[in-house]
Design a protein around this ligand. Sequence first.
Ligand SMILES: [Cu+2]
Length: 143
Amino acid sequence: MVERIKKEIKTHRGRLTLMIVLGALLLIGWRDLESNSSAQDSPNPREILLKIQNMSFGNNNPAIYLKPGETVRFIIHNLDAGMKHDFVIQGTDVASRILDYGEKDAVLFTAPRDEKEMKYECSLHALMMQGRLVVSHDYAFQR
Ligand SMILES: [Cu+2]
């Protein structure tokens, strides 16, 4: 068997076959790589800007709605003079740096595949700075 393959490779047709097989394997591998990376970080995730002012995210810690499985980029901008803040999604390891006044950070988050009610917070001031993160198919109740 091995002898036969060796002989085949020596022939022109054998080499051609080998090239085609290798090419097909490469193509399959490439496609798998591409689909993996697009699943993990989609090229243009929706951006959600949260400006922190007066001990609050945005305007009074708004509820944020995500589609199941959606990847979004949270951009956190600390505009609260003299205060340090961060942005953490409870029950995940998604967290920004602790931001000084004027600093910005961005974090990527992929929502769970199932509908779920989650919470985001500033870990330094969780009592005042906490909001709902709603993962839902139903966009009807969104603002
Ligand atoms: Cu804070």
